[in-house]
Design a binder for this molecule. Structure first.
Ligand code: PRP
Length: 187
């Protein structure tokens, strides 16, 4: 099979399809075990857009009943600098939030601001419990202290795309996580 057009822009694969499969299997087992004795619903909350591929694969491997929901948020930026404030574009709109054990699903943690804010936001809004799950974690980029309950893989500070992650809305459909060639984003 010939390499995809977008695949040609990838310097090297950082997390292969096989490794992603092993990660989603492991995390699904951990989730099944950890929520076994929890009362209430388990709600997987996908943070759009980057988490949609990870969420889709992970939810198929969780054996206990789950509901799914979606939010879309972004950081307010000042030029290229993040101000650290989070804007909600699509909110969670549930009347049963007090019965929900919410597990936030992210593709990546960078500064930590998104998950830190969202965890607090959902608690304040009355969620029964809030935990977090991320495919990728870049601890070297943290601006606020935050650690996720479930982590697929800790990675170095590289520009990664694929498996949901984008550069200018491209590369999300690649089936693996790869490091983008510098020449693509340095003009
Ligand atoms: C990414 C990622 C997280 C956030 C993490 O989303 O999906 O939501 O950034 O960064 P932080 O830890 O510094 O807060 P992005 O804004 O790129 O949106 P997208 O998922 O729609 O691509």
């Amino acid at each position: 099979m010939s390499i995809s057009v977008y695949g040609q822009d990838v310097e090297r694969i950082l997390v292969s399809e096989k490794e992603i499969d092993a990660i989603t299997t492991r995390i699904a087992e951990e989730i099944d075990r950890d929520y076994e004795n929890e009362e209430g619903k388990l709600v997987l909350l996908c943070i759009l857009k980057g988490s949609v591929v990870f969420m889709g694969d992970l939810m198929k491997k969780i054996r206990r009943p789950v509901e799914i929901d979606f939010m879309r948020v972004s950081s307010y930026g000042e030029g290229t600098k993040s101000t650290g404030r989070i804007k909600i574009h699509l909110d969670l709109n549930r009347t049963d939030i007090s019965e929900c054990n919410i597990l936030i699903i992210e593709d990546i943690i960078d500064s930590g601001r998104t998950l830190s804010y969202l965890s607090e936001y959902l608690r304040i809004n009355g969620a029964k419990s809030v935990r977090t799950c991320t495919l990728l974690d870049k601890p070297s980029r943290r601006e606020v202290e935050f650690s996720s309950d479930y982590v697929g893989k800790t990675i170095p500070d590289e520009f990664v795309v694929g498996y949901g992650l984008d550069y200018q809305e491209k590369y999300r459909a690649l089936p693996y996580v790869g490091i983008l060639k510098r020449e693509v984003y340095e003009h």
